[in-house]
Write a protein that binds this ligand. Structure first.
Ligand SMILES: NC(=O)c1ccc[n+]([C@@H]2O[C@H](COP(=O)([O-])OP(=O)(O)OC[C@H]3O[C@@H](n4cnc5c(N)ncnc54)[C@H](OP(=O)(O)O)[C@@H]3O)[C@@H](O)[C@H]2O)c1
Length: 314
């Protein structure tokens, strides 16, 4: 293992009981050592995901039990400060971004195989918010297996995952209809999607927007009680996929997907980087906050109502 001087303890945010955002506390924590295939990052930015507050509230205990104290954070951008055994893809000093473990911290571990080099013109806050959304987007689109020219409906199209799914789908020649609040319609048009107002009557508006073309598949990222009508819209459950409504999906025979692999992580980042290189990537950051403001970050994420990633800057 090669390394820079790394302190033995550093700041991290953790919770030691399920509950309100106030359970998130900034403490001094032992800096982890990278194991085989891992690198240690000095974290420049760590993004917040809805899963982080669902875990903190204890909503996911049956699926993702956590040990206390638990440091949230699934993704980060930072500098490689140490490499574990067997890692030759990254050197100390490399600027990278990708999936990470316990990323609400000054230092965090990441699997070397899931990282990408961060271009100097990709801000750390933007980069930190890409990995989960990009991996989820490529996984979801892969499962739906659309062909160019087909029409895809995306529920919750202005969300972070959906924003990338819309861009990847449009780049693949897929026609996208996306549901969102009025505030986000212009942004969706700029991504090449046809926006439709969410809420009561949404499926009538989707049919109108489809303009006589069949809707081939539905990607559901947000909204309750939308899956049964989605199945009816496409004529069966096979080409309806949800990333957020596992319980609603089960009885309808609709697939729920969760958890990706290293190949998908790399493909997601490489697709996002290709859009960035072309100058067309849209990956908004809603706000940046210091690590100590993790409770505020979680409150904002839980409340919703804003577009883009909430990002912590250690
Ligand atoms: N299974 C997986 O692998 C996986 C991976 C990543 C994320 N997820 C889950 O997927 C969901 C989305 O994640 P994200 O990071 O993209 O969240 P996000 O950035 O917070 O976006 C959520 C979006 O949903 C919209 N929305 C809320 N209610 C809606 C409705 N009834 N109809 C249409 N849109 C609605 C919100 O719009 P407003 O701002 O107007 O409220 C917002 O644009 C979360 O539940 C997350 O936990 C799952």
């Amino acid at each position: 293992m090669s390394d820079l001087t790394v302190p033995s303890t550093a700041k991290a945010v953790s919770f030691s009981a399920y509950g309100e955002p106030v359970e998130l506390r900034l403490t001094d924590t032992a800096v982890p050592k990278p194991g085989p295939g891992q690198v240690l990052l000095r974290v420049a930015a760590a993004a917040v995901n809805p899963l982080d507050w669902k875990l903190r509230r204890g909503f996911m205990q049956a699926v993702f039990p956590v040990e206390f104290p638990h440091i949230p954070g699934l993704e980060a951008a930072g500098t490689v400060v140490a490499t574990g055994p067997g890692v030759d893809s990254w050197q100390v000093g490399d600027e990278v971004f990708g999936s990470a473990v316990a990323a609400y911290a000054e230092y965090a571990l990441a699997e070397a195989a899931t990282l990408a080099a961060r271009p100097a013109d990709l801000p750390v806050a933007t980069a930190a918010g890409l990995p989960v959304a990009a991996e989820t987007a490529v996984r979801a689109l892969g499962l739906l297996d659309l062909k160019p020219g087909e029409t895809l409906l995306v529920h919750g199209a202005a969300g972070s995952v959906a924003t990338l799914a819309v861009q990847f789908a449009v780049a693949d020649g897929i026609r996208v209809i996306g549901t969102a609040g009025e505030r986000d319609h212009q942004a969706l048009r700029e991504l090449g999607a046809v926006p439709v107002l969410y809420g009561d009557g949404v499926f009538d508006r989707v049919r109108e927007a489809a303009d006589g073309q069949p809707v081939a598949a539905v990607l559901h990222t947000a909204g309750d009680g939308l899956l049964a009508d989605s199945v009816a819209l496409v004529g069966g459950p096979e080409r309806v996929l949800t990333i957020s409504a596992a319980q609603e999906a089960g009885p309808l025979g609709v697939r729920f997907t969760s958890g990706g692999d290293a190949a998908g992580a790399v493909e997601g980042l490489s697709r996002a980087l290709a859009l960035h290189a072309a100058g067309t990537l849209s990956a908004p950051v809603r706000t940046t906050l210091p690590l100590a403001d993790a409770p505020t970050a979680h409150r904002l994420s839980e409340q919703g109502g804003g577009r883009g990633k909430i990002v912590l800057l250690p």
